[in-house]
Design a protein around this ligand. Sequence first.
Ligand code: NAD
Length: 502
Amino acid sequence: MVDTANPGGAAPALLAPGRLLIDGAWVDAADGATLTAFNPATGAPAAVVAEAGPEDVDRAVRAARAAFDEGPWTRMQPAARERLLLRLADLIEAEAGEIARIETLNQGKPLSISKGDAARGAATFRYFAGWITKAGGRTLPVSPPNGHAPLVYTRPEPVGVVAQIIPWNFPFAMACRMLAPALAAGCCVVLKPAEQTPLTALLLGELLVKAGIPAGVVNILPGHGRRAGEALVRHAGVDKIAFIGSTAVGKQIAAVAGAQMKRVSLELGGKNPAIAFADADPRKVAAWAANAIFFNAGQVCTSASRLYVHDAVYEPVMEALVELAGRLVVAPGNEPTAAMGPLVSRDHLARVSGYVDQAREAGARLLAGGGRPGALPAGTEDGYFFAPTIFCDVPESARLLREEVFGPVLAVSRWSDEGQVIAAANDTQYGLAAGMFTQRLATAHKAAAALKAGIVWVNAFNILDPSAPFGGMKQSGIGRDLGEEGLLEYLETKTVWVDLDQ
Ligand code: NAD
C-alpha cells in the first residue's frame, strides 16, 4: 500500500500489503489497477490499494471453490473451526486500536465509534464460533404409508461459495457480521468491501491469515460495484450472494440471483420511524431521538429519520432536541471531543445537501443545521462535514419524508391520533426498523405488533447484539443477519431417509 497521508513515511505495518487477498496470498490486480481511499475529514487521499477487476474476481471465486470442494475447511472438525474463529476474535481485540485508527481515517467516524465497531466485530466472531459445535440436525417422527419406521434425519450443510458485498458505513463491523456466520456454517467467501472504504477489510484479511484460516477460505477484493461487484454477482462459481447496501442495487442483485437460482440475502435501506407517545419523558425522547439520527452522521440503515411526537409532549421534546443538535460536537473523527464526524464522501455530501435543499424548497421548516457546521478546525475546509439537521412541518410532497437520506437529517411530525400515527409510520416502501417511547405496556406491545418492521425498539433505538436477528420487511431486504437466523442463511437442509425394514 502507498500511504499517501504520510508521503515518504512507512505505511501502517499491518496494512503493508494493500493488495487483493486471493488464495491466501496478497497480489496486485491482474491489470495493475488501483483505487484511492480518501480521508473524509480533509478530502485528501489516505491510501492507494489494488482494485479488483473481473479477472481477479474469477481467480478469487476459483480459489474459494477449490477451498470449499477440496480444501480442509468443510472437513475440519467443528471444534477446530471454532478455535480458529475464537483466535481471530482475540486478534481483532489485540489490534482494536489500529483497526479503529484506520477506520476513522478512511470512514471519518469518531474514534469512539470505530473502537465500538472493532469490539462488535470480535463479539460477532465469538458468537458465531459458538454455533459451530451446536448447530446440528434433527431426527424426525415420520409416518410413511408402507408402515415402515425409517430413520429420517436432517443434515445442515454449508451453502458453498458465497459472494459478500458490503457498504461503507460500518466497513469493519459489516465485514465481520458477514464473514462470521458464513465461516461458522463452513462456507468459503469472496468479500468485496465498498470502493470508498477498503482499508479495514484488508486489515481483517491480515488477521484472518494470522489466525490460520486456510488459504482460499476468505478472499478479499476491494473494487468498484459496477466492475468487481457485478462480475462477482454473475460468476457461475458462486452459490449464494449476501449483500448489504442500497435497495436499488439490491434489486439488481436479486434479479441476477433469480435468473441464476443463486441463494440470496439482502440487507437494504430504511426510512425508519420513531413514535413518542403522550406519556413519554420528553428529555429521554430527545436524547434517544438525537442519537438515533445523528449517530455515525446518520449513515446507519436503522437510523430514525422520521420522528412522530404526540401533541402533549411536542414542545418540550422539540426544545430539548434542537438544543442537543446545536450542542453536538462535529469534528474530525480523531479529535477526542468529536461526537459526529464528516460524511463518507464528496458525492454523499452532495446527495445529503440535495435532500435538504429540496425540503426547504418544498416548504419544510428548518429548526437546526442545514449545511456545513460553523466551527471546524483548520485543514478541514475540503472535508465532507454536514451539521445535525432538523426539519418540522415537512410537506407530504418532500422527498425527505419518503426517501432514505442516509445522513444527519431528521423530519419531525406532530400527531394526536394513535391509529393515524401507526398508519403514517407504516406508510413507506421500507420496513427495516421502528421505535417508540412510552411507559404503557399495552401501548408498547400493541404498537410493536402493528409496526411493519423487522426490528422494533421500545424506549431505545439502534441497539444491536450478535444474538438478536437483524433485517427488514418489505423493500428493506430478504433474510436476516445475526442470531440463529443469520447462521441459517448460510446452511442448506438435507433430509436423509434410511429404511431400516429392508
Ligand atoms: P450501494 O448499494 O451503492 O453499495 C453497496 C455495495 O454494493 C458497495 O460495495 C458497492 O461497490 C456495491 N455495488 C454497487 N453497485 C453494484 C452492482 N451493480 N453489483 C454489485 N455490487 C454493487 O450502497 P451504499 O451507498 O454504499 O450504502 C448505503 C446503503 O446501504 C443505504 O441504502 C443503506 O441503508 C444500506 N445499508 C443497509 C444495511 C442493512 O443492514 N440493512 C446496513 C448498512 C447499509
